[in-house]
Ligand binder design. Structure first.
Ligand code: HPA
Length: 251
């Protein structure tokens, strides 16, 4: 997600492939998203890092947004760790918090935009995949344990995906709280659905880059909020990178 290229830099003996050089990969165009697949070693395990992602709001079909996850699956990846920057809806959350994703609300999917829409290939996954425990309970427990051991605060909650790219209005923030969401973002859910469809285990962590109050208190310009998103996200990166490395080491 936004600004997380630093994690890819921790990969040793890396092979780096820029997205434009990989067939059918959409380039990651948003500022702060370099867009490359990095394969190498992290915490004594072989990893493939998708540094940067294509977003639905950039205009790509859901199948293209999620194509890199399909590629990872075919490469033999069995566990997907997803990260994102998200706006905090839960009043207990602060900018810079990390949130373990306990569950999601596929708000965009409810409007008909699912990456699984269309013909299904049963060799890849079932027509009607379950989304119970989409975020693997054992991996979540491991993440809690590692976070506690490292002294890293870890919130937990429900992530809701909206299409964006406009941020939420105050009325929408209040609406999303009623739905039971703790954090809101513009990514991740399609990738998780495709990963679960293909039988991968998933762990998800959000960086709460900003908090949403439901009242128009600071009325930032869109650009300003994007800067705020990148700054608070950056401040949380070392903690997030430590946590992810710790989880990978003990998986
Ligand atoms: N809303 C939606 N997506 C986001 C936000 C937000 O406030 N912050 C980071 N991604």
């Amino acid at each position: 997600g936004s600004g997380l290229a630093e994690l890819a830099d921790r990969v040793s003996d890396p092979v780096r492939m820029a997205y434009p050089h990989i067939p059918h990969f959409a380039p990651a165009t948003v500022e702060g998203h370099p867009g490359e697949l990095v394969i190498g070693e992290l915490a004594s395990k072989t990893v493939a890092v998708l540094s940067g992602r294509a977003h639905f709001y950039e205009g790509y079909p859901m199948q293209q947004v999620t194509f890199p996850v399909r590629v990872l699956r075919v490469l033999g990846v069995e566990t997907l760790i997803v990260t994102n920057a998200a706006g905090g809806l839960n009043p207990a959350f602060r900018a810079g918090d990390l949130m373990l994703i306990a569950d999601h609300i596929n708000f965009v999917g409810m409007a008909g935009f699912s990456p699984l829409r269309g013909p299904n290939d049963p060799a890849i996954g079932p027509r009607f995949p379950l989304m119970d425990n989409a975020y693997d309970p054992a991996l979540r427990q491991l993440a809690r344990t590692i976070a506690q051991r490292l002294g890293i605060g870890l919130q937990e909650g429900v992530y809701i995906m909206l299409a964006g790219p406009s941020f939420e209005s105050p009325a929408e923030v209040r609406f999303l709280r009623v739905l039971g969401a703790d954090a809101v973002g513009m990514s991740t859910v399609p990738e998780v659905i495709v990963a679960r469809h293909g039988g991968m285990r998933v762990l998800g962590i959000s960086v709460i880059s900003n908090v949403l109050t439901g009242t128009p208190v600071h009325m930032p310009g869109v650009t300003q909020l994007h800067d705020e998103v990148l700054a608070a996200g950056q401040a949380a990166i070392p903690r997030l990178a430590e946590l992810i490395a710790g989880v990978i080491r003990e998986m």
